[in-house]
Structure formats: C-alpha cells, structure tokens
Design a protein around this ligand. Structure first.
Ligand code: ADP
Length: 262
C-alpha cells in the first residue's frame, strides 16, 4: 500500500518552532499523554521553550494531568493565548476551550483539520524550541493533519505496553510514521513490570520486552522502559508531572524521556 505523505504539502503553518515531536501509539491507554506531559515538562525544565499541543481531540487529558483543567485559553483579537504552566511551558488543548469539562467533541474530519491549523497558526506560541504533540491512538486524521500543517516535524516517539496486542498496534504506528517519510525517534515500553509494594517482587502484568522486540524488528531506536508505578498514576490524577517529584533532575525511571531529549 502506497500512501503519499502529506509532509511536503505546501500548506505549512507559520508557527515558529525548531523541533516538532509527535507522541503516538497504536492503542489507547498505554501512556501517550503521560509521556507527552513528562517529556514536555522535562524539556521546559531544561530551559527549552516548549509547547505542548493536545491533539487527542476526543479524549483530551493533558489539562487534567497538568492541573490546569479549570483554566481557559483566552482569545485576544484573532489570537489564542496558550495556558502558561511555567515560564517555558505553554499548553493548548481543546479541553481548555470547552465550557463544560464533560462535553464531548463531535467533529468530522474537516473540523479537525481546521482546528489543527488554528492551534498551530493562530496561537501565540512565541518562539519555541520544541512542540510536543500528544496524538490520539492510531493513524487517523489528527496524525495526518499535524504532519501536513506543522513545519519541522522531527519524527515520532511510539509508546506501547509490553502486551502483544499493544505491540501489534504499535508496529502499525511505526510503519505509518515510515510511510509518512519521517523517522521513528524511538519506542518507549510503558507499564513495563510493577514492583509489588508488599514483597518487592517485580510482576510483569503486561508481559515484558515487547517494545524492545518491536524496535529491533523495525530497526528503530529503543528508548527504554517505564515501570507501572502507583506514584505515576497518583501524580497524573493530582495534576502534576511525575518528574516534578525529583526537582532539578529527571527521575531514574525516566531515562526513556531523557533519551528522547538527547
Ligand atoms: P494514553 O494517552 O495512551 O491514552 P495515558 O497517559 O492517559 O494513556 O495513561 C492511561 C492511564 O494510565 C492514566 O490514568 C495514567 O495516569 C496511567 N499511567 C500511564 N502510565 C503509567 C505508569 N507507568 N504507571 C502508572 N500509571 C500509569
């Protein structure tokens, strides 16, 4: 199957960004938003001007994960002001535009394309070193739109759990990125084993090694594994990135995020 990549179409947004990094998975619930939030936070805390764009239009969770779900994007004239989480981290998510937090976004393709263009071109992002884009699972409109409209797309980080069904879908995401003529920056295996809080034994709830195997099979970098960690779940629900727990340095369990930054 030959699908033409929209990468080189001329309709690029005027957003001023050096590197756009997509975060993609085959399946939902594998930790894309968690990786996006922590990666963006890590980059910004290293002094890079960073934008985080939540393109998971039907299931946006970035606002909640950063504890900014009650804030709203402000429109000034024709421009949209992103929510500033810190001096170097700005966020845009559809959830920050809705009046009700439980309102579903019921949009067909053309509306998604229009929104993506607006999120890039009409938001006052300023000058960005990085734009991290949290995508919905799979290889649909949102991914095609961002590849078409964003300049300087460096490639994608693929997130998977070690489980066979997740890995199978992750390999589709890898192939999709390659069809788009973009590099896969690497694969992260999330929810990879859990240390039992009672006996200290590691339990591989979703299996082990699927991410590394997929990376090897498709000859793309393997960035590492992130364990299933109750503190990470708590951090997300409390609205603060997990890595904030170790100020000034990325937690040792997050060397996968560190490697993306390299
Ligand atoms: P996705 O964006 O792929 O749908 P999320 O990042 O929203 O996935 O993660 C799904 C759920 O799992 C969230 O509640 C999140 O807090 C939790 N989660 C993700 N990764 C981990 C982890 N390594 N340990 C514990 N909980 C995690």
């Amino acid at each position: 199957q030959k699908t033409e990549s929209p990468k080189n179409k001329p309709e690029k947004s005027k957003i001023n960004v050096r590197h756009v990094i997509l975060v993609l998975s085959g399946k939902g619930g594998v930790g894309k938003s968690t990786v996006s939030v922590n990666l963006a936070y890590a980059l910004s805390s290293h002094g890079y001007q960073t934008g985080l764009l939540d393109l998971d239009l039907h299931g946006p969770s970035i606002g909640k994960m950063l504890g900014i779900e009650d804030m709203r994007l402000q429109a000034i004239g024709e421009h949209i002001m992103p929510v500033k989480v810190t001096g170097s981290l700005k966020v845009v998510s559809i959830a920050l535009l809705l009046n009700e937090t439980d309102s579903p976004v019921v949009w067909r393709g053309p509306m998604k394309a229009a929104a993506t263009k607006q999120f890039l071109g009409e938001v006052e992002w300023g000058e960005l070193d990085y734009l991290i884009v949290d995508l919905p699972p799979g290889t649909g409109d949102e991914a095609l739109n961002i590849i078409q409209f964003a300049p300087n797309v460096e490639g994608a980080v693929i997130v998977t759990t070690p489980q066979d069904v997740a890995v199978l879908d992750a390999t589709k995401a890898i192939k999709f990125i390659e069809m788009m003529d973009l590099p896969v920056l690497g694969v992260i295996e999330n929810m990879s084993g859990m240390v039992c809080p009672h006996c200290g034994e590691v339990v591989d709830i979703f299996g082990k090694g699927g991410g590394a195997k997929a990376a090897e099979q498709y000859k793309v970098p393997y960035l590492g594994a992130i364990p299933l960690d109750i503190e990470m779940r708590k951090a997300a629900d409390e609205g603060r990135p997990f890595i904030v727990r170790t100020p000034g340095k990325v937690s040792p369990t997050w060397d996968a995020v560190d490697k993306v930054m390299e």
